[in-house]
Ligand binder design. Structure first.
Ligand SMILES: [Mg+2]
Length: 327
């Protein structure tokens, strides 16, 4: 396979745009100076952007190219899901080292386009530049939502119940396992190909079941702290209630780690953390019926006192510090 430099910018762009399909509401798609799209009537736009950088977010040694592409779009869709939005389109900025094998570019696109197709997201434009160092994939995603449906981090009130979708701790355990050489565990797959909870987010918003919501890209500890801070409340989390799979528990126990503490601290799960008023539990049950096998688990309560604590079977502990870039 040729490298990015062998092929050149024009040929690379053609190679990528040739694979993109455009719905009718995209009036001008990739290939012009900018994209032109028809807005969705009666809705607000929701916009987000997130870059994946080689050496910071991914490592070629244990991440196949399609997983890199999958994650680059999925992490953005996860942010839209956290707002309750329906994803609609994305812009893709690729910053490539000249010596990068074009097969890797193809693989990144394979993974990204699978996610785009499954969520009906159109890639409407983008840009390619040369990188003097690492590979960088910057995605901007745009979704739509009704004016009175928007979910933010700010609406949690004392007495609200705290819930999480799916299971937590898989992402962090998967990454550790991949760093140890990889064993083909389900956690590794969940780290490599995270599933954005788009449908759950949209249903929580459209049923007005949640008072606050965010996604757990940086871990449960971080999520709990962010919602508490934005809402001006505290939270009390029951560690024993956390949905941690037996597989993840055993994985940590075999290495002498505390599985629940690991699940609280770990990132990369892309589940939704949200709060529900007790009088709205009926709405939540309606959402649970519609999301099918995705479990919604109650893990704690919002408190008036502004501390954020996790109660373990052997006592209450302050939250461990969350993940921060630049620390
Ligand atoms: Mg987020």
């Amino acid at each position: 396979m040729p490298t990015a430099s062998d092929l050149g910018e024009r040929a690379l762009i053609q190679r990528i745009t040739g694979r993109l399909a455009a719905p009718a509401w995209v009036l001008v798609g990739p290939g012009d100076d900018a994209a032109v799209v028809e807005p969705q009537r009666g809705t607000l736009d929701v916009l987000t952007t997130d870059a994946q950088v080689e050496g910071v977010h991914f490592d070629h040694r244990f991440m196949p190219p399609d997983a890199i592409g999958h994650r680059a779009l999925a992490v953005n869709l996860s942010d839209l899901a956290a707002m309750g939005a329906r994803p609609r389109m994305a812009l893709l900025s690729l910053v490539l080292p000249g010596a990068l094998d074009v097969a890797i570019v193809d693989g990144v696109l394979d993974g990204m386009l699978r996610v785009a197709e499954s969520h009906h997201v159109a890639i409407v434009g983008g840009n390619i530049s040369r990188s003097p160092g690492p590979l960088m994939i910057d995605v901007t995603a745009i979704g739509s939502i009704g004016r009175r449906r928007v979910l933010t981090r700010r609406g949690a009130r004392p007495g609200d119940l705290v819930f999480v979708t799916g299971t937590i701790g898989d992402g962090a355990a998967g990454l550790e396992s991949l760093r140890e050489g990889g064993n083909g565990t389900p956690q590794e797959t969940r780290f490599l190909y995270p599933e954005a909870r788009v449908r759950a987010g949209m249903l929580l918003a459209s049923n007005r079941a949640a008072t606050a919501c965010m996604d757990l890209s940086d871990g449960l500890a971080d999520g709990v702290r962010q919602i508490a801070e934005a809402s001006g409340v505290g939270m009390s989390i029951e560690a024993e209630a956390l949905p941690v799979t037996g597989e993840v528990r055993r994985w940590h126990e075999a290495r002498g780690g505390h599985p629940l503490e690991k699940a609280v601290a770990g990132g990369d799960d892309y589940e939704l953390l949200f709060t529900v008023r007790p009088s709205h539990l009926g709405r939540l049950r309606a959402v649970q019926r519609l999301v099918g096998t995705l479990q919604l688990t109650r893990i704690g309560v919002v408190t008036r006192e502004r501390a954020v604590v996790v109660r373990y079977s052997d006592g209450t502990r302050e939250l461990p510090p969350g993940f921060e870039h630049f620390s």
